[in-house]
Design a protein around this ligand. Structure first.
Ligand code: KIV
Ligand code: ZN
Length: 511
């Protein structure tokens, strides 16, 4: 039997540090539940000291997740550790992950601390975290650019202080696979008490090498990999969970480890994260891209028809692409709807939630005959996007677009409880709609990005619109789906405005 590779998902923490990817507490809980169903070993739910919102999200995840360990991040500072411990108090299995930078540039320029002070602070932090839990992880931030002698010194000291997991981050994505693998091997060999801790890696993708670096580390002794769904994360992102997991699973001839994940949940998790954050998945993305299992060339198609293994190294079903894709239609009942969504890993919290989604499903089935899994997922996300306490709600809209005429949109919204309408012209129907909404809301936001993706094929498909809004340096994404892309656009714009203009307390401390 192979050894277990621990999969540590940080979509809710490092993934959320992607500009525009911030998530609400409810969204984090939904993703955490999907990760737990996929049997992810550790879920890093957030950075509790960062803001009351982050604290509450970690607390909410800790309350509902039972089978996976829930982790909270903390700088090597007493108040951070105490706050993380408080957020994790109700977790069935809780871990505190504390970190301090060890590279010369970070110690000198950012921390303004001597190496001796860094060692002392790291040890103090681990000891303090151990007062609250036996499960403590330590990361020497920017390890990829740290001096190996110094790393060995810090790691020996924190393992002695009680850290059970040592995570080696390539914080700036600077490492190369051979060297990163060699670093992990050397650390395990040289740190005298390395057998008392599990070695982990956390790679960023600035040079497009996060997955390669992580896999090289696994071949050299790492037994935990930190990663995110769809490779979401700071700057160019983190190592993609789906790529790590499927590489290890597919190449069992090479890897001395295996994962405990239910890989059939991967596509669902990918869609969920993409829908919630508004970061689309590129079609040629490995494992979860729409084309990942599609063969265009006649030679390939012919080969696959004769024997799948000629051109396919994995089965689409094993990562959750369903073979039978047409699922429901207008005559399908509530039970069929609930059952299919349960098969897709979507569980309703209450009868009201199920009823709201089912009523939207019936509306959609009136417009579109064949409802695919992708439609159902978008519909559930769309239902969840409409929260009770949103300030602006779409009541109705009317858009006129005619050759030779300037498009004009009339939009009616409920604005802080009061119904109001405005009409505006624009260069196109979407432009006119956004101008009419802005005339009512007066949000003053800058539209950084507008994109439309068709959820399934065909002209009756739903369009999924993502907008990215910026105001005073803050960035949020909004999403909306509808068979009418102008309505989908209005929904996405309002979703973004509701997020942007709701009171926010997010203030990530400097790392
Ligand atoms: O990239 C990094 O160094 C991190 C640490 C906090 C682990 O995210
Ligand atoms: Zn990171």
């Amino acid at each position: 039997m192979s050894e277990r590779l621990i999969i540590f998902d940080t979509t809710l923490r490092d993934g959320e540090q992607s500009p525009g990817a911030s998530m609400t507490r409810e969204e984090k809980v939904r993703i955490a539940k999907a990760l737990e169903r996929m049997r992810v070993d550790v879920i890093e739910a957030g950075f509790p000291i960062a803001s009351p919102g982050d604290f509450e999200a970690v607390q909410a995840v800790a309350r509902v997740v039972e089978a996976s360990t829930v982790c909270g991040l903390a700088r090597a500072i007493d108040k951070d550790i105490d706050r993380a411990a408080e957020a994790l108090k109700e977790a069935e299995l809780g871990r505190i992950h504390t970190f301090i930078a060890t590279s010369p540039i970070h110690m000198e320029k950012k921390l303004r601390m001597s190496p001796d002070q860094v060692v002392d602070q790291a040890v103090r932090a681990v000891k303090r975290a151990r007062r609250f839990t036996d499960d403590v992880e330590f990361s020497p931030e920017d390890a990829g650019r740290s001096d190996i002698e110094f790393l060995c010194r810090v790691l020996e000291a924190v393992i002695d202080a009680g850290a059970g997991t040592i995570n080696i981050p390539d914080t700036v994505g600077y490492s190369l696979p051979d060297r990163f693998g060699a670093l992990i091997r050397e650390l395990i060999e040289r740190v005298p008490n390395s057998d008392k801790a599990a070695f982990s890696v956390h790679c960023h993708n600035d040079l497009g090498l996060a997955v390669s670096n992580s896999l090289s580390a696994v071949l050299n002794g790492a037994r935990q990999v930190e990663c995110t769904i769809n490779g979401l994360g700071e700057r160019a992102g983190n190592a993609a969970l789906e790529e790590i997991v499927m590489a290890v699973r597919t190449r069992q001839d090479i890897f001395p480890v295996d994962v405990a994940l239910d890989t059939a949940q991967i596509v669902h998790c990918s869609r969920l994260v993409s829908n919630i954050t508004g970061f689309p998945v590129q079609p040629n993305k490995a494992i979860v891209g729409a084309n990942a299992f599609a063969h265009e060339s006649g030679i390939h198609q012919d080969g696959v028809l004769k024997s799948r293994e000629t051109y396919e190294i994995m089965r689409a079903e094993d990562v959750g692409w369903s073979a039978n894709r047409m699922v429901l239609g207008k005559h399908s009942g509530r039970n069929a709807f609930r059952t299919r969504l349960a098969e897709l890993g979507v569980v309703f919290e209450s009868e009201e939630e199920l009823n709201a989604a089912f009523s939207r499903f019936k509306d959609l089935a009136d417009k579109k005959h064949e409802i695919y899994d992708e439609d159902l997922q978008a519909l559930v996300t769309d239902t969840n996007l409409v929260s009770e306490n949103e300030r602006f709600k779409l009541v109705s809209m009317r858009v006129c677009s005619e050759t030779g005429e300037t498009p004009r949109a009339t939009v009616t919204l409920v604005l802080d409880g009061e119904e109001k309408s405005a009409a505006r012209s624009g260069s196109g129907p979407v432009d006119a709609t956004f101008k009419a909404i802005e005339a009512l809301v007066q949000g003053g936001c800058y539209l950084q990005l507008y994109s439309v993706n068709n959820i399934t094929s065909g002209t009756d498909a739903q369009g999924e619109v993502t907008v990215r809004l910026e105001k005073g340096g803050r960035i949020v994404n909004g999403q909306g789906a509808d068979t009418d892309i102008v309505i989908a656009s209005a929904k996405a714009y309002l979703h973004g405005l509701n997020k942007m203009l709701a009171p926010s307390d997010r203030t990530h401390p400097q790392m």
